[in-house]
Design a protein around this ligand. Structure first.
Ligand SMILES: NC(=O)c1ccc[n+]([C@@H]2O[C@H](COP(=O)([O-])OP(=O)(O)OC[C@H]3O[C@@H](n4cnc5c(N)ncnc54)[C@H](OP(=O)(O)O)[C@@H]3O)[C@@H](O)[C@H]2O)c1
Length: 298
């Protein structure tokens, strides 16, 4: 639908978007999955991630000027704002200058999944010599998390169908486990009876997550991205567990853009489709079978 051109208020930036990145949270918000915890106002523009050019700035904006190439998070459901549109407002501290070496489509694929992956690696203190199991590794968050963890010297075990195994190794995975070929936990424990130091699970419900935690050695860390961790139960099993909540920041966006420009982080855009095909792209995301990131060209 056509909406009036928004005017940037204090601390806001108006961006002419060239691309929007698709994340599962987009359809979760549309489904009302967060209930009263996330108030929305209508008409509600869907979409979180985007990239484009600054068209206007509001009072007090210091970090950007008209014409800057920017990327970041445009989701403001309480004000009806999102990134699946041509002109979007962003709070100044939700965006950053885009990487110079890549297209807007690539930049739009980076914010939410990239920041999530970076924070996951930080919060689980993944580093040299740590063995990490990433379940859901071939998706948006997983492909970034694999690279960042491996870049810090961790030994990454990534879930991947056989067709994706080679790709995950090029991203830095030490080995892959085929999640379509039986229990991931059994396969990992057969190869590594001493277990892993950190489990990052993007896909399992509470029962699946509990099974996966069998792979974590005594004193290790188990994280769920979808609220499946029961911290008390994990403590009883001598594990530290938590449900991850992302903490976005402009500094983090800058770090990610810098890593892309330095060639240290690869953004895998699996599909690029016109904005008009957003409904079909969202339907594909709902199947949980996304390969790399999906980007909507605006
Ligand atoms: N808590 C937070 O702050 C936070 C932040 C970001 C994302 N998330 C959530 O994290 C989840 C992942 O996000 P995403 O953007 O990475 O999703 P995505 O891009 O849609 O990726 C999904 C991936 O999961 C894989 N997969 C599906 N079932 C699997 C299974 N049983 N075992 C192993 N892999 C499996 C798929 O590979 P195959 O098709 O090959 O199976 C696909 O590559 C979403 O639910 C999202 O909402 C949470």
């Amino acid at each position: 639908m056509d909406l009036p051109q928004p005017d940037p208020g204090p601390g806001e930036v108006l961006v002419r978007l060239a691309a929007a990145g698709l994340n599962p949270i987009d359809w979760k918000i549309a489904d009302g999955m967060f209930g009263d915890a996330l108030p929305v106002s209508f008409p509600l523009v869907m979409g979180t991630d985007g990239a484009g050019e600054v068209l206007a700035i509001g009072a007090g904006v210091r970090r950007f000027t008209i014409g800057d190439a920017v990327f970041g998070q445009f989701q403001r459901p309480e004000r009806g704002g999102g990134s699946y549109c041509e002109l979007a407002l962003a709070d100044e501290d939700r965006i950053a200058h885009a990487a110079r070496s890549v297209t807007y489509a690539t930049s739009a694929a980076l914010p939410t999944a990239g920041m999530t992956a970076y924070n996951l690696v930080e919060e689980t203190r993944i580093g040299e010599g740590r063995r990490v199991l990433i379940v859901g590794a071939t998706g948006g968050v997983g492909t970034f998390a694999t690279q960042i963890a491996a870049g810090r010297g961790a030994e990454v075990i990534a879930t991947a169908r056989p067709a994706k195994a080679e790709l995950m190794r090029t991203l830095g995975a030490a080995e892959t486990v085929d999640h379509t070929a039986g229990s991931v936990a059994d396969q990992v424990l057969a190869a590594h009876p001493d277990g892993v130091d950190v489990l990052i699970d993007m896909v399992g419900g509470p029962e699946e997550f509990a099974k996966l935690t069998r792979t974590v050695r005594d004193g290790g860390i188990a994280v769920s991205l979808i609220g499946s961790a029961d911290a008390d139960e994990l403590t009883d099993h001598n594990l530290r567990g938590f449900n991850f909540v992302n903490r976005p920041s402009p500094q983090l966006l800058e770090i990610l853009a810098g890593q892309v420009d330095a060639g240290r982080l690869t953004v895998l855009v699996g599909r690029e489709v016109p904005l008009e095909e957003a409904p079909e792209a969202l339907a594909a995301s709902r199947t949980g079978r996304a390969q790399g990131k999906t980007v909507l060209a605006i």
